[in-house]
Design a binder for this molecule. Structure first.
Ligand SMILES: Cc1cc2nc3c(=O)[nH]c(=O)nc-3n(C[C@H](O)[C@H](O)[C@H](O)COP(=O)(O)OP(=O)(O)OC[C@H]3O[C@@H](n4cnc5c(N)ncnc54)[C@H](O)[C@@H]3O)c2cc1C
Length: 220
């Protein structure tokens, strides 16, 4: 990076979602003048409507072996966790073909490794934001992974163990039946198996506020 010149024209960040705001924050923290341009309200995009998880154990890429079969089974079920809306368009078929070709074990491992590497400093960075005055509301309750069948739970736990690769603790086995419901009382009665990934999994509550932050960009 070239030397910082605080008298230069401002860096303009387009979009006041979590990505734009973090970019702007760290640019400002580095001493650069920054302006954020937002067409609606700050934090009104997808950053407002997500689940709030900050969670390495949940960072698996979507393209994975078997995912196209899973998606095809969900055709006609828009409430499926992964739903493809079929379009009578050769472009859709081409996309599906390419997606299927990318859903290999090797591509999945590469994708996960890239995400894990990106996430390595995440919790430290959240601590830094808190020290700077941002109320991130970050807590670390762990994450319960819940399944409709023990077989599915074991399959996912095996993937999880392989992916964790020492980065975060993974339980030895799944929990089934009534015991699974002790992990989280909010689980649906349909859940038959679950496991808890402790420690690294974290989440933020929606109600976050930004009081006296040391370095803050200008919002336009
Ligand atoms: C249902 C759901 C659940 C999710 N759950 C999680 C989760 O648990 N954990 C997690 O890490 N991620 C989750 N995500 C993903 C996460 O929310 C996004 O990756 C992240 O919020 C993207 O942030 P962003 O700043 O790129 O986009 P946005 O928050 O959408 O910000 C983009 C901003 O740019 C503005 N903009 C766009 N164009 C212009 C323009 N031309 N001029 C000015 N402003 C413009 C928009 O108005 C918007 O405010 C979830 C996503 C969804 C949809």
């Amino acid at each position: 990076m070239s030397a910082v010149n605080p008298t230069a024209d401002p860096v303009v960040v387009v979009g006041g979602g979590v990505v734009g705001l973090c970019t702007a924050y760290y640019l400002a923290a580095a001493g650069l003048p920054v302006e954020v341009v937002e067409r609606r309200r700050i934090g009104s995009g997808v950053s407002r409507g997500n689940a709030g998880w900050v969670c390495l154990s949940h960072s698996t890429p979507v393209p994975a072996p078997g995912v196209v079969r899973y998606a095809l089974r969900s055709l006609g079920r828009p409430d499926s966790p992964l739903y493809l809306r079929p379009l009578p368009d050769p472009a859709f078929v081409r996309w599906l073909w390419r997606f299927w070709r990318s859903s290999t074990r090797a591509a999945f491992r590469r994708g996960y490794a890239a995400i894990a590497e990106l996430n390595r400093d995440t919790f430290g960075l959240f601590d830094g934001l808190r020290e700077a005055g941002v109320d991130t509301t970050l807590t670390r309750p762990g994450m319960v992974h819940a399944f409709l069948s023990p077989a599915e739970a074991r399959h996912h736990l095996a993937i999880q163990r392989e992916m964790a690769d020492g980065l975060y603790p993974v339980p030895d086995d799944i929990t089934t039946g009534a015991e699974a419901h002790l992990l989280d009382e909010a689980l649906s009665p349909a859940v038959r198996a679950a496991y808890l990934v402790q420690g690294r999994a974290s989440w933020t509550r929606r109600r976050s506020r930004v009081p006296s932050v040391r370095h803050w960009p200008r919002l336009v």
